[in-house]
Design a protein around this ligand. Structure first.
Ligand code: NAP
Length: 296
């Protein structure tokens, strides 16, 4: 068997075209564009690259991007002041704090400051708490986990009653993906670094979402034939055969997994583009919610 490839780039292109139309409608109605404020602290090359990609995607969709680029040695007060100024600016609808922030910054305090109605990255503890509660809905679900759900639905995965295994329990990916799958009535098992015999859990999994940051770790022979596999992992590994000397890989050993899975994402070109797309979608949701109330 060879798995269907879930192409996040193609799905994203379709969704971003719809988002661009929505942004144009918004601007026509209100006379100003939807806007996303971005706070980046420091000069980590990967974070700078993510912020550049998000800015480009915003521009292409007709969403104004408002960067606050702060030096690495910024104080807690300076970072918090950037978030507060975006909170207070009625022309800003969504706020993204690019993570991780430098170690001397209290990340939780910064995220807690974001106005929940502008939390288009879904990282405010209240939004994550609402996601965890039965019968409650968060205002926003963070972009990578909601991108995973879109990919699963595009794969035609039947989630109610499915055995879903999530590998990784981080606040930004593993935990919220698990909560989303539970909301969709899957039976969810969360595996982590202390899990004994990971292959044993994967053998019974109809759905597998992997976010562990261990390049090529999950082998095809561990998977249930026909499983739908979403690989969030993104690691740069040396590759002398590539003209750049490196390439990006996921946490799933794609070459062996593609022979066993029913559907699978690639790295790059799977979850990555979906993350940016869902951030744009959340920003539009925030813009429509807030615009009616704003006075510019
Ligand atoms: P993280 O905070 O480092 O969390 C990794 C998780 O994997 C932890 O829960 C850890 O368990 C678990 N883990 C590590 N080794 C394991 C093992 N041998 N067996 C089972 N579980 C293991 O990472 P993250 O922030 O969630 O990111 C995960 C990956 O996704 C990274 O490669 C990151 O670059 C990528 N990512 C991609 C996107 C995108 O848009 N494409 C977005 C976000 C992240 P413990 O909790 O026990 O330590």
């Amino acid at each position: 068997m060879t798995a269907t490839i879930l192409d996040g780039t193609v799905i994203s292109q379709r969704m971003r075209a719809e988002i661009a139309q929505d942004a144009a409608r918004f601007e026509q109605q209100y006379g100003y564009p939807p806007a996303l404020g971005v706070v980046l602290v420091g000069d980590d090359p990967a974070s700078e690259q993510y912020v550049r990609m998000k800015r480009r995607a915003c521009e292409q969709a007709g969403i104004r991007s408002i960067p606050h680029l702060l030096p690495t040695d910024s104080t807690q007060e300076q970072v918090e002041a950037a978030v507060k100024s975006l909170n207070d600016d009625p022309s800003v609808h969504g706020i993204l704090v690019q993570l991780p922030v430098p170690p001397h910054i209290d990340e939780e305090a910064v995220l807690r400051l974001i106005d929940i109605s502008k939390d288009s990255d879904g990282v405010h503890p209240l939004n994550i708490g609402l996601l965890a509660m039965k019968g409650r809905e968060p205002l926003f679900v963070s972009a990578t986990p909601s991108g995973c759900l879109v990919l699963l639905k595009e794969a035609g995965a039947v989630l109610p009653g499915a055995n879903a295994v999530v590998v990784g329990r981080s606040n930004i990916v593993g935990l919220p993906v698990s909560l989303l799958l539970m909301k969709e009535n899957a039976t969810v098992t969360i595996c982590h670094s202390r899990t004994r015999d990971l292959p044993d859990y994967l053998r019974n999994a109809d759905i597998v979402v992997v976010a562990m940051n261990r390049p090529n770790y999950i082998k095809g022979e561990w998977l249930k034939p026909g499983a739908v596999v979403i690989d969030v992992g993104t690691s740069k590994i040396d590759d002398p055969t590539d003209s750049r000397g490196y390439r990006w890989v996921g946490d799933v050993d794609f070459d062996s997994a593609v022979k066993v899975a029913g559907a699978i994402t690639k790295v790059p070109g799977g979850v990555g583009p979906m993350t940016i797309t869902m951030l744009l979608a959340n920003t539009m949701k925030a813009a429509w919610r807030l615009a009616g109330k704003a006075t510019l």
